[in-house]
Design a protein. Structure first.
Length: 235
């Protein structure tokens, strides 16, 4: 990749980020704020557990550290009625200066821009579907990189993120507060949606259609399509 190409990509990235900030500044969204003083009891819980998706044996400790750091940031927020949760507004840029570790792949340090945090955003998305939380913004990963034997979560339940260009945003459409909590262990991560009042989990159906070069997933809740995802096949 030439210097000019890299420079153009960098400029385009910064332009997209500032465009997003400007749009948010002029929007009517009330974003969730960090709650430092008030404690709020949310006794009801919906949970899912997934194996951690390690990139390579060399990345394990760095990935666990990054997941714990991002999870800790998210847990400090209580999402009140009509407030919007934005993954990137809460987690911030996954850079070394913010405490995130660089990913070590084949003994080479590279800056990972949220790649190993996508499992966390996917769990939040899946919990939001289960809990009937309104999805404002979500993207699927462009390529299905797993075989059926390797798959650790349903195809269609992922939430692809790229710092402030592709975000995961949900809105608390209930009349009571909600919050997320996580337990990150050596090989597994447990994500929980806690609510002030009890909610019944939705039954989710990821309806899949296979084509020659790609797959389509219709995410359906109570016979209603709530999301469409298209994945290119891995070549």
């Amino acid at each position: 990749m030439s210097f000019i190409t890299k420079y153009c990509l960098l400029v385009n990235s910064y332009f997209s980020i500032y465009k997003r900030f400007y749009k948010d500044f002029n929007s009517k969204y009330s974003f969730a704020k960090r709650n430092l003083k008030k404690t709020l009891e949310c006794p009801f819980e919906l949970s899912i557990i997934q194996p951690i998706e390690f990139i390579s044996p060399y990345t394990k400790q760095s990935q666990i550290q990054n997941l714990k750091l991002a999870a800790n940031k998210i847990e400090k927020y209580i999402i009140l009625p009509n407030q919007v949760f934005s993954f990137w507004r809460i987690v911030g840029k996954p850079a070394t200066k913010n405490g995130f570790e660089k990913i070590d792949i084949n003994h080479k340090k590279i800056q990972d821009h949220g790649g190993n945090l996508r499992q966390l955003s996917g769990i939040i998305y899946y919990l939001s579907l289960l809990g009937g939380i309104q999805i404002l913004e979500r993207y699927n990963y462009p390529t299905d990189i797993y075989s059926e034997e390797q798959r650790i979560y349903p195809l269609g339940s992922d939430a692809y993120i790229s710092y402030f260009q592709k975000d995961l945003r949900i809105k608390n459409n209930y009349t009571f507060a909600i919050r997320f909590k996580f337990i990150v262990e050596n090989n597994h991560i447990k994500g929980s949606l806690f609510t002030e009042k009890k909610i019944c989990p939705n039954k989710i159906n990821f309806k899949r259609t296979d084509y020659k070069n790609y797959k389509e997933i219709l995410t359906r809740i109570n016979r209603r399509t709530v999301a469409f995802s298209k994945y290119n096949n891995l070549k």
